[in-house]
Design a protein. Structure first.
Length: 60
């Protein structure tokens, strides 16, 4: 899963975690709709991904 996430060009940072979640990925995109498309069509499509949680932050 780790290497599959690194292959997604919009994933700019990726860290392993211990606890409830296995990985945290920082995704950069031009707008929220694009982030949604990346999560649904690219990240959730990776074999082994059972769930995702998206936290968004606007850049100013």
């Amino acid at each position: 899963m780790y290497h599959a996430l690194l292959a997604i060009k919009e994933v700019v940072e990726l860290y392993p975690l211990f606890g409830e979640y296995d990985l945290i990925a920082k995704v950069e995109a031009s707008d929220y709709d694009t982030i949604g498309e990346i999560v649904v069509s690219k990240i959730r499509a990776i074999e082994g991904v059972r769930a995702t949680k998206t936290l968004a932050r606007m850049a100013f």
